[in-house]
Design a protein around this ligand. Structure first.
Ligand code: APR
Length: 235
C-alpha cells in the first residue's frame, strides 16, 4: 500500500444506505414498483412531467431528514489527509459526501440539490419543489427547470476527466454499488487495464466482483473507516 499515490473511489447508493436513503435494486429499492422508463428518462419527463418532478421533489425533501454516516465521514477524512491525487466519483445524487466535508468529489449522475435549465443548459443549486412555477436564474425563462439528474440514455457528467484519472490511478476502490449500470460499472476494468489495484467494499457481491483483485463484504460504515485507516497509515 505504500506506493499508493493516485486513488479513485467510486461510490453508489450502498454508501448512503445506512444514512436511511434507499438503494435502487434489491428489496424495497427505489426501482421496485417504479418503471425506470416512467421516471428516469427524457421521454418520461416529456410525457409526464409532474410525475417525474414529484419523484425528485420527494427525494430532494428527504435529504433534510438524513445525515452522513461513518463511511461518508471516513472518505472526508481521506480527502483531508491523503497525500497524492484523490477523486471520489459518486453515482449518488444525494449531498451526503459534501455534508461530510469531502471536496475532491464529482457527481457523475448529477445532484438532487441542483436544477438544469432545459432552455439554456445552466445548472444551479436548487432546494425547493420544481412543481411551483420555476424560473431560470440565468436566462429568465419560466417553467423550464428540470432535475439536474442524468437520465438513462443521457451522458454522465465529466466522463473525460474520469477516464483521465482512471488511467493514472494506482488504486481503484468501489463502494456500495451493484455494478449494474454503465459506464460506472466498467471503471474497474479500465483502472485494472492501466495497472491499478482494484478493491470492492460492498454488502453483497456486485455484478462486477469478478473484475476486482480484492472484494470485502460488509456494511460500508464498518469497512470504509477501516480501509481509510489502512491507506493513511501506509502513506
Ligand atoms: N454497505 C455497503 N453496500 C451496501 C449497503 C451497505 N450498508 N447496502 C446496500 N449495499 C450495496 C448493495 O449490495 C448493492 O450492491 O449497494 C449496492 C446498491 O446497488 P444499487 O441499488 O443498484 O445502486 P447503485 O449501484 O448505486 O445504482 C447505480 O443505477 O439507477 C441507477 O442512476 C442510478 O446511480 C444509480 C445507478
Amino acid at each position: 500500500m505504500s506506493d499508493i499515490h493516485n486513488i479513485v473511489v467510486l461510490t453508489g447508493a450502498g454508501v448512503s444506505a445506512e444514512s436511511g436513503l434507499g438503494t435502487f435494486r434489491g428489496p424495497g429499492g427505489l426501482w421496485e414498483g417504479q418503471r425506470i422508463e416512467d421516471i428516469c428518462t427524457p421521454e418520461a419527463l416529456a410525457r409526464n412531467r409532474d410525475l417525474v418532478l414529484d419523484f425528485y421533489d420527494q427525494r430532494r425533501a428527504a435529504l433534510s431528514t438524513v445525515k452522513p454516516n461513518a463511511a461518508h465521514e471516513a472518505l472526508a477524512r481521506l480527502d483531508r489527509e491523503c497525500r497524492g491525487e484523490l477523486l471520489i466519483v459518486t453515482q449518488n445524487v444525494d449531498d451526503l459526501h459534501e455534508r461530510a466535508g469531502t471536496k475532491r468529489l464529482l457527481h457523475m449522475h448529477g445532484e438532487l440539490m441542483s436544477a438544469l435549465c432545459e432552455q439554456c443548459g445552466a445548472r444551479a443549486g436548487y432546494g425547493g419543489s420544481m412543481r411551483d412555477g420555476t424560473e431560470c436564474g440565468a436566462c429568465g425563462t419560466k417553467d423550464v427547470l428540470r432535475p439536474d439528474i442524468v437520465f438513462f440514455g443521457e451522458m454522465p457528467y465529466q466522463m473525460e476527466l474520469i477516464d483521465q484519472v482512471l488511467s493514472r490511478a494506482d488504486l481503484f476502490l468501489s463502494i456500495g454499488t451493484s455494478g449494474a449500470v454503465y459506464p460506472a460499472a466498467g471503471f474497474v476494468r479500465s483502472a485494472r487495464h492501466h495497472g491499478a489495484h482494484t478493491l470492492e467494499l460492498n454488502l453483497d457481491p456486485s455484478e462486477g466482483s469478478y473484475f476486482f483483485h480484492e472484494s470485502r463484504m460488509g456494511p460500508a460504515s464498518a469497512l470504509v473507516p477501516a480501509w481509510v485507516d489502512e491507506v493513511l497509515a501506509a502513506q
